[in-house]
Design a protein around this ligand. Structure first.
Ligand code: PLP
Length: 396
């Protein structure tokens, strides 16, 4: 027995991810990579902007200096925290200072540092389904439990009645991912205000603050003039977690942050806890190269017009195939309903046509399928016939 029971169960629970990956590799080997349409991975494929690429040249010079790549403060480079605080003040419409921002190993590292700092054993974190599959693991990493509240069909808007029912004395945090992976939904200011009112009421009832956590790695990528409201203005016990994995094409370099609401009562306690948990989880600090790259590249973006074009193309293809879906307001995923809501049959029919997508059960929302459009435009165009055939086959 090499693994503990929990990790063994995890391996079984997430076996569909492995299966998809293996199936993709198998199909590519058999038919050639250009004959396989792999929409399964949310791996942002656009290169970083020139501000980042140019910085690499400067880093070569810097790296020869003593301690240039040495340990640094656990919360990140002070000059980066300063710059990020300014950037976030504009983005979030709230005045933020450098002490309120901690640089983390991506949003994933940030969420883990936060959960490690705030969860007591068996505390609950509420997420709205469909949700990013890793949330459950992250909560359990720190002895917490993920409690799932479904959003409403067909547009995945929030069910605040269900949220009200789900919150109890063990609730410690609500995590809100907007723009959402996989639904593409962006939650409105009205929805956020209602969550804030509810959390204030519940925090008072249970005699402790319930945190509202916004996970926003797709904030930069919205369509048709949609805006992503900030949660900070509406609720003082709020925390924003995000990263530059998608916006600057830096997913492998692991740079993100946790931003604590400047108006949170006693915020110094949480901030000190976060600096510590970032350290003792073994991250120590976010990668130094990534932090220098960010210092140079903050404010620039990958070419989002590429995503706009892909979204249009993919949406047309799914429409022509006769699938029902809501156009994503942000992010790079479509989450259409499987014909007759039979996602397994649909995934199998897609696989027969060499198309890979991810079943909705992976996001706590069965009956749907996720297509990630961070793949070249050509692949999307060429997939039209295959997706159309898969839908036809299933309906016959
Ligand atoms: N949150 C959501 C909703 C995501 O989709 C992802 C990655 O795909 C993450 C968090 C983690 O991103 P990272 O740790 O690369 O910043």
């Amino acid at each position: 027995m090499l693994l503990n029971t929990q990790v063994k169960t995890y391996l079984q629970r997430s076996s569909w991810i492995r299966k998809m990956f293996e199936k993709g590799a198998e199909l590519k080997k058999e038919f050639g990579a250009d004959k396989v349409f792999d929409f399964s991975l949310g791996n942002p494929d656009l290169p970083p902007p020139s501000s980042i690429i140019n910085e690499f040249v400067k880093l070569k010079e810097l790296s020869s200096k003593p301690l240039a790549l040495g340990y640094m403060p656990n919360a990140g480079l002070p000059q980066l925290r300063e710059k990020l605080a300014l950037f976030l003040s504009k983005e979030q419409g709230v005045s933020i200072s450098r002490e309120e921002v901690i640089i983390t190993c991506g949003a994933a590292g940030g969420i883990n540092a936060l959960f490690r700092a705030i969860l007591e054993p068996k505390d609950e974190v509420v997420a709205f389904a469909p949700f990013f599959v890793e949330y459950g693991f992250y909560a359990e990493n720190h002895n917490g439990i993920l409690k799932v509240v479904k959003t409403k069909e067909p547009d995945f808007s929030l069910d605040l009645g269900a949220l009200d029912q789900a919150i109890g004395e063990k609730t410690r945090a609500i995590i809100l991912n907007s723009p959402n992976n996989p639904s593409g939904q962006v939650y409105s200011e009205q929805e956020i205000k209602e969550i804030a009112d509810l959390l204030r009421k519940k925090s008072q009832k249970f005699g402790k603050p319930i945190f509202l956590v916004a996970d926003e790695p797709y904030r930069f990528l919205v369509y048709d003039g949609v805006e992503v409201p900030s949660i900070l203005k509406f609720y003082e016990f709020s925390v924003v977690v995000s990263s530059f994995s998608k916006s600057l094409g830096l997913a492998g370099e692991r740079v993100g942050y946790v931003l604590v609401n400047p108006d949170m009562p006693n915020k110094q306690e949480l901030l000190a806890g976060l600096v510590l948990t970032n350290r003792i989880l073994g991250f120590v600090n976010a990668p130094i190269i990534g932090q220098y790259l960010l210092l140079a590249g903050l404010g620039s973006l990958v070419d989002i017009s590429v995503y706009q074009k892909r979204r249009q193309l993919m949406g047309q293809i799914l429409e022509q195939a006769g699938l029902e879906f809501t156009w994503p307001k942000g992010g790079f995923y479509f989450f259409p309903k499987a014909p007759n809501k039979q996602e397994d049959d649909f995934i199998t029919a897609l696989l027969k046509e060499n198309v890979l997508a991810v079943p909705g059960k992976g996001f706590g929302f069965p009956g749907y399928v996720r297509f990630a459009f961070c793949v070249p435009e050509e692949t999307i165009k060429r997939s039209a016939e295959a997706i159309g055939k898969a839908v036809q086959n299933i309906l016959e």
